[in-house]
Design a protein around this ligand. Structure first.
Ligand SMILES: [Zn+2]
Length: 505
């Protein structure tokens, strides 16, 4: 996943803060040179995507991916590699989802006949992830509810027992993606209230591309059956309805849902030479959706984490603090692995010296989001100075949700999320087309260099880049970056304020 919060506040920080501690960037240069050498990056990713494939927690592929992570991090030269388990409340897998539409239209009488003609056509469709199953239903009326606003629902009339067609915008920008996630839950609530049988969202991708989407935030099973329909088929049904032709659908969603799943994060370490108990985390999620093979999201960045370890080791640089290289799981079901890790390691997060996360394919890195931390900005600017050669120069103040830094941010740890150009990420996002051939390796290699250099830079500062913030201080950064609306849109606000998620005091 990768959802950016950029709607509310996107002003870049100006450089006003004095650096708290001077950064020595010569070791970063050494690490960058090492990162740009030939390595197993391509081969590691080929094995992860082509041989193992899509990686949903609870499946054999995910278990193989964990073995891949342990093996690849060991081969890269880690001082130690281990796994840490956690639980996801439900398992979920899609069966053979099928939808067939029929419509009736009048043909005026001619020599060869006339009257009512029935047309039947197949609708290309996939279930929304972690949505409940639907036993086969036949000849159910399809109703167009437009964008699915409250006004749209009122206008649509009686919706009980019907299939609701919901329109979407074509996905082009990070803001569009944020909007797609934010828009669906209120539609689902209205559909449940109206006692609809199912919701059919038009795919936000053109050319028949289907993809996996979820509206469930923390691995819970959603409230009603939902499918994504290929945009072209959805538009056809919408045009028929607009022309006054009735549309009915046969729909079957035989999802298989089971009890709790055991999942694992993979953690490797380079031990710090001076302050081994203090640590930087470089992380990316290893799990993916399974319609494609999870290459851009997020296999390429799992391979990046492995190769960054290789690059640091091969450079001969011995970081002062430890660096943990973490391959998270359960990210696509709602950041479950990184949340579990942050909670399990809460006792030692005072010693965390920064968390760096990559989760946006291989579009060029333009900078890092620093989660509202004005206090780290001056030093961070020094640390990214050697990365200007790759085009990395912006520090964005925004608090973002939607990838594995989030629960560390809520624990008060300084976080650095790579800001990347969209490139080909969005058209292939969670889609059948997210495969190895989409990865820009020349660019990925630069990202390995950036990630390794920033991690070493954070690990080598004389003092940690910033302190762990208290609950009150974190709240202040949420207010200052205007992130409350984002927290509310994703159902995170009550958990934060109520102390159920994030730092308690
Ligand atoms: Zn992702």
């Amino acid at each position: 996943m990768r959802v950016l919060k950029t709607l509310f506040f996107s002003l870049l920080l100006s450089c006003t803060c004095a650096a708290a501690t001077p950064a020595d960037t010569s070791v970063e240069t050494q690490v960058i040179q090492s990162a740009l050498q030939p390595s197993a990056l391509e081969e590691n990713l080929r094995r992860l995507t082509d041989e193992i494939g899509g990686r949903v927690p609870g499946t054999p592929a995910m278990q193989h991916a964990v073995q891949w992570g342990v093996q690849a991090l060991t081969a890269a030269g880690a001082d130690g590699v281990h796994t840490e388990g956690f639980t996801i409340p439900y398992s979920w897998s899609e069966g053979a989802t099928e939808m067939t539409a029929s419509t009736a239209h009048q043909v005026s009488a001619t020599k060869v006949g006339g009257g009512t003609v029935l047309s039947v056509f197949r609708v290309r469709v996939v279930s929304v992830a972690w949505a409940p199953a639907l036993a086969p239903v036949k000849h159910v009326p399809v109703v167009d509810v437009g964008e699915g606003t409250t006004a749209d629902f009122k206008k649509a009339g009686e919706l009980a027992g019907k299939i609701l067609l919901v329109h979407t915008a074509v996905l082009k920008t990070w803001d569009d993606l944020f909007a797609e996630y934010a828009k669906a839950p209120p539609v689902v609530d209205l559909a449940v209230k109206a006692k609809a049988t199912a919701v059919a969202f038009l795919a936000s991708r053109e050319h028949d591309i289907l993809y996996r989407h979820t509206n469930s935030g923390e691995g819970e099973i959603d409230k009603l059956p939902m499918v994504l329909v290929a945009r072209e088929d959805g538009e056809r049904m919408a045009r028929l309805l607009a022309a006054g032709d009735p549309v009915w659908a046969d729909l079957s969603i035989p999802n298989q849902i089971g009890g709790p799943i055991k999942a694992s994060n993979v953690i490797a370490e380079i031990k710090g030479s001076e302050k081994p108990e203090e640590f930087v985390i470089l992380g990316a999620h290893l799990d993916s959706w399974e319609l494609g093979t999870g290459a851009l999201d997020n296999g390429c960045n799992a391979a990046l984490v492995v190769d960054a370890l290789r690059a640091i080791k091969a450079s001969g640089v011995k970081p002062r603090r430890s660096i943990r290289f973490v391959l998270f799981s359960g990210e696509e079901q709602g950041l479950i692995g990184s949340h579990a890790y942050a909670v399990a390691h809460r006792f030692e997060l005072d010693k965390a010296a920064g968390v760096v996360v990559y989760d946006a394919g291989t579009g060029k890195t333009t900078g890092f989001a620093i989660g509202g931390r004005k206090d780290v900005e001056g030093t961070a600017r020094e640390l990214i100075a050697p990365l200007a050669q790759f085009g990395v120069k912006d520090l964005k103040p925004d608090i973002e949700w939607g990838t594995d830094h989030f629960d560390f941010l809520l624990e008060g740890v300084p976080t650095f999320v790579a800001e990347q150009e969209e490139a080909n990420y969005l058209e292939n996002y969670h889609a059948v087309s997210d495969t190895y051939d989409k990865v820009d390796f020349a660019q990925l290699k630069k990202h390995v260099a950036e990630a390794a250099a920033l991690s070493v830079g954070l690990a080598n500062l004389p003092e940690k880049i910033g302190p762990r913030l208290t609950h009150a201080q974190i709240s202040q950064t949420i207010v200052e970056t205007h992130a409350e609306d984002m927290f509310k849109a994703f159902g995170l606000w009550d958990d934060w304020v109520g102390g159920k998620r994030g730092r308690e005091k």
